[in-house]
Design a binder for this molecule. Sequence first.
Ligand code: PMP
Length: 450
Amino acid sequence: MTPHADPQAGAAVKAADRAHVFHSWSAQGLIDPLAVAGAEGAYFWDYEGKRYLDFTSGLVYTNIGYQHPKVVAAIQEQAGRLATFAPAFAVDVRSEAARLIAERTPGDLDKIFFTNGGAEAVENAVRMARLHTGRHKVLSAYRSYHGATSTAINLTGDPRRWPSDQGSAGVVHFWAPFLYRSPFYSENEQQECERALQHLEDTIAFEGPQTIAAIILETVPGTAGIMVPPPGYLAGVREICDRYGIVFVLDEVMAGFGRTGKWFAAEQFDVVPDLMTFAKGVNSGYVPLGGVAISAEIAATFDKRPYPGGLTYSGHPLACAAAVATINTMEEEGVVEHAARLGETVIGPGLRELAERHPSVGDVRGLGAFWALDLVRNKETREPLVPYNAAGEANAPMAAFAAACKAKGLWPFVNMNRTHVVPACNITEAEAKDGLAILDEALTVADEHT
Ligand code: PMP
């Protein structure tokens, strides 16, 4: 499929969308969604025939790009053979997907509970932790995102929680480390790590360790700013959890499946959680799939006692076929290693070079195919380019930056004062460089606001 102009068809798609589709996270009357005609690899295109390099991989999930022929063929083959089957049965493709995932997760996370996406994975991880410990409270970080269902949104530590927050009993937020905007006013990574661990210890002491079922963290917090934790932090949290009998949950919905240049980001930090959530990259989102990888000890809790949770489409054969094909393809094509190399040799150095030249780039952070630029008005004070949670006119500088990217054929990920560089993990070096060149031009628009 190649881009060609068909504005009339585009107008019809748009009209039906505006009439009947109720969009996520949006004021329905204020949005103007682009009508998408097709996609392939790292690109998609509209009905005007305009092509965009996708620096967002959808919502950070098309880790092997759009329309990978091997994954499409696997879904087609599965649909022809056994399109669906209920979760209580052993089905070849479900068993195989679980095996391939378990073989790649760290430590003894060898049992896989399948869900339809990330939020349901978080809901079930919390349920497992509560039942396993007999405790209720869950600690999660500010500057986090864990999903939009009821427990997951309450755990989330960004403004999207505010309208839905039921003040749900048992959710307690704490500050995780983030040196560039340090909640602890630290001067270096080691200090930030020590202070963040002390703060977590203090939070636990005042909440009562015997009441805390779980601590949940994104291994590398994604939506809230791709904040790579300082060396030693996650190992420190692991040690604290062990000391108090708290279940350690790592949310790898965004950071997993090659995004950071390892199968799972936990490997980057040499840490093994008790439960690990995944979704997105597990099958590049071709069919909705998520899940929880469960340690032997927690799985044993439900050996003779039923696990009180389930989903009609858990381990859906089409989703599992897509996962098997995605994982095998990533292995065959060396996609995980490619993402690591891209981060080290192209994206990281390229973004740092932009930071040197553009007054609006305050910070560059990330790894693999998982990077953020923190845009500022002033590099010294680090004042963000737009205020926290800005909307409308207050957000105009970021909107202008995004518009400049799009005009030049780059679809950027923009969140608050940040742009994230999160392309498909198998984007070529040349494609990545094309995207960086467009970012370079668009940043001059942001520079005007410094
Ligand atoms: N956890 C993390 C870390 C995420 O990034 C997301 C989605 N962005 C979720 C959970 C929720 O996943 P889903 O939208 O599939 O429910």
